[in-house]
Design a protein around this ligand. Structure first.
Ligand code: E4P
Length: 216
């Protein structure tokens, strides 16, 4: 399973990239607003340049089919590695179907059902993002949705990659990997939590104390 960072914070992306385990970034209008960013294009281009081999999702903000189509075409030109993020609606599906044939890569976002994921794959989306945490918050089993989509894609040989999104904690990452999801997009905090273990910390403290005791 690959790891993407779910953030629009450039410093977090730089720190995450230093670890050598991040191969993509996902942004959304909320994450962009959180950073107080007004020039979305310029920030997405900066992020794309930080990881030229990675996949960077930038979300459509236009409303109405014609404006959405126009914006999807524009975003697709921002950088070679940009992925257009578009909600799982009928309008979104139509745009994915049309532009994926022209080579535009889409991340179908706000996916909450197997049927949405199935249609996204049929339309030619490169990625689909089922939101685990938000389903959990609503009293459903978000990881079960990831599991179902992964197995259906496998069954029918769809090439659309599943991004486990709306990840809230490290256990979500473990469970996403167990389902066979291709990618988990995680907040920076969760990425760091994935590498933390109290026994590692206490083990280092003990090793260092023992080492120092014989250096005197
Ligand atoms: C995914 O691409 C979304 O940006 C993100 O994972 C949403 O997460 P949230 O439910 O924590 O807002």
């Amino acid at each position: 399973m690959r790891i993407f960072l779910d953030t629009a914070n450039i410093e977090e992306i730089k720190k995450g990239l230093k670890l050598g385990v991040v191969s993509g970034v996902t942004t959304n209008p909320t994450l962009v607003a959180k950073e107080g960013i007004s020039d979305y294009k310029s920030v997405v281009q900066q992020i794309c340049a930080l990881l030229p081999e990675g996949d960077v999702s930038a979300e459509i903000t236009a409303e109405g089919p014609a404006e959405m189509l126009k914006q999807a075409r524009e975003i697709a030109k921002w950088a070679p590695n940009v992925v257009v993020k578009i909600p799982a609606t009928a309008e979104g599906l139509e745009i994915i179907s049309k532009l994926s044939k022209e080579g535009v890569r889409f991340n179908m976002t706000l996916c909450f059902s197997v049927n949405q994921a199935l249609l996204g794959a049929l339309a030619g989306a490169a990625f689909v993002s089922p939101f685990v945490g938000r389903l959990d918050d609503a009293g459903h089993d978000g990881m079960m949705l990831i599991n179902d989509i992964v197995s259906i894609y496998k069954e029918y040989g769809f090439e659309t990659q599943v991004i486990a999104a709306s990840i809230r904690h490290p256990l979500h990452c473990t469970q996403a990997a167990q389902t066979g999801a291709g990618i988990a997009t995680v907040p920076y905090k969760v990425l760091m939590q994935m590498m933390q273990h109290p026994l590692t910390d206490s083990g280092i403290a003990r090793f260092m104390a023992d080492w120092k005791s014989v250096q005197k």
